[in-house]
Design a protein around this ligand. Structure first.
Ligand SMILES: *[C@@H]1O[C@H](CO)[C@@H](O)[C@H](O)[C@H]1NC(C)=O
Ligand SMILES: *[C@@H]1O[C@H](CO)[C@@H](O)[C@H](O)[C@H]1NC(C)=O
Ligand SMILES: *[C@@H]1O[C@H](CO)[C@@H](O)[C@H](O)[C@H]1NC(C)=O
Ligand SMILES: *[C@@H]1O[C@H](CO)[C@@H](O)[C@H](O)[C@H]1NC(C)=O
Length: 296
């Protein structure tokens, strides 16, 4: 399934890698401000060499299909919308189904879910809502690695960063809901689909914090790799050198996965029109959890 390295290099220098980030509904919509993307997800991908295309919600399946064949990966960000019925969920399902089908046919299309995106992936894979309430809304934790070294995701991480990740609170958690480790291992679909790479514990429930799919380039973190380098509005976001390196290494891994397919826009004009550069983020730091967001 992996394309050869020499081809990858070729592509790195000659083409851009558009990776999509899903928009989601805003909490209080206004005219022309019905959906948003936190800018930290855009910066996260850009830091590792990708260019970003926003995926609007409420597009038709045909439009999602066309976009799918134009982009190299998709990221489902964190947030607060429904994973069972929302525009975010419908877009996530469209890309998930297309990615599974494409990967089955030998294509290599990566999907990444962060926080809500992680929970969305669990729902899409199992068809069930299996989450438990946990005391994890605003805390940085060290990862309890279960299979870190044997994973695709952490394989190339520097050993000292792995040590820091497992001993220092470098992963920021902002969620009320989690997938208990027990819930994953007692669900056939989830157990056979995802390798658990790390777990965490809120003192009461042990929950899954990082996964990768066994047979698909599908990845999820219940924690926020993008925040360490790019978000400052909460005191529990870690910014130490190891914390910031975590942001970068996670991004580098995922963008590396996106370099392994040949999806592209039919023309440069169409790509230019789709890129996030057409929108300006607004500064929201004083009143929100994000320094900057894009509004659509
Ligand atoms: C919404 O956007 C459209 C197209 O950009 C613009 O013509 C219209 O004035 C905007 N409406 C408001 C209320 O900002
Ligand atoms: C998406 O569609 C739903 C249902 O039709 C509607 O309520 C919502 O306002 C739409 N959101 C956007 C951002 O277009
Ligand atoms: C939740 O966790 C925090 C520490 O992160 C702790 O101070 C607090 O007492 C916990 N709350 C409950 C209800 O367990
Ligand atoms: C790490 O996970 C293992 C396996 O679930 C568990 O036995 C151990 O207690 C966990 N360690 C911490 C610090 O939570």
């Amino acid at each position: 399934m992996f394309v050869m390295h020499c081809i990858l290099f070729f592509k790195v220098f000659l083409f851009s890698f558009p990776v999509c980030v899903l928009a989601q509904e805003v909490f209080s919509p206004k005219p022309n401000q019905t959906a948003y993307i936190a800018a930290s997800y855009v910066k996260f991908l850009e830091a590792a060499g990708a260019r970003v295309v926003p995926v609007m919600i409420n597009m038709t399946m045909e439009e999602y299909k066309t976009l799918f064949s134009s982009i190299n990966g998709v990221l489902y960000p964190g947030g607060g919308v429904s994973i069972i019925s929302s525009g975010y969920q419908r877009a996530a399902k469209a890309f998930y189904d297309l990615a599974i089908e494409a990967n089955k046919q030998g294509d290599y299309f990566p999907v990444w879910g962060t926080c809500l995106g992680f929970e969305q992936l669990m729902y899409l894979t199992s068809g069930k809502s299996l989450l438990s309430f946990t005391n994890t809304s605003g805390i940085a934790l060290p990862l309890n690695f279960t299979e870190g070294k044997c994973s695709r995701m952490f394989k190339a991480f520097p050993p000292e960063l792995m040590r820091a990740l497992s001993s220092e609170p470098l992963t920021e958690n902002s969620h009320h809901w989690s997938l208990a480790t027990l819930a994953l291992y007692t669900n056939e679909e989830l157990k056979s689909f995802y390798r658990v790479l790390s777990t965490n514990n809120d003192g009461n429930v042990e929950f899954v914090s990082t996964v990768e799919a066994y047979n698909y380039p599908i990845y999820g973190t219940q924690w926020h790799p993008e925040k360490n380098a790019f978000e400052w509005s909460r005191p529990y976001i870690p910014h130490s050198p190891s914390a910031v390196r975590t942001t970068f290494h996670m991004a580098e891994f995922f963008v590396g996965e996106a370099r392994k397919n040949f999806h592209k826009f039919p023309s440069k004009e169409e790509e230019d029109k789709a890129l996030i550069y057409n929108y300006n983020p607004v500064y929201t730091g004083a009143e929100s959890a994000f320094e900057q967001i894009y509004l659509f």
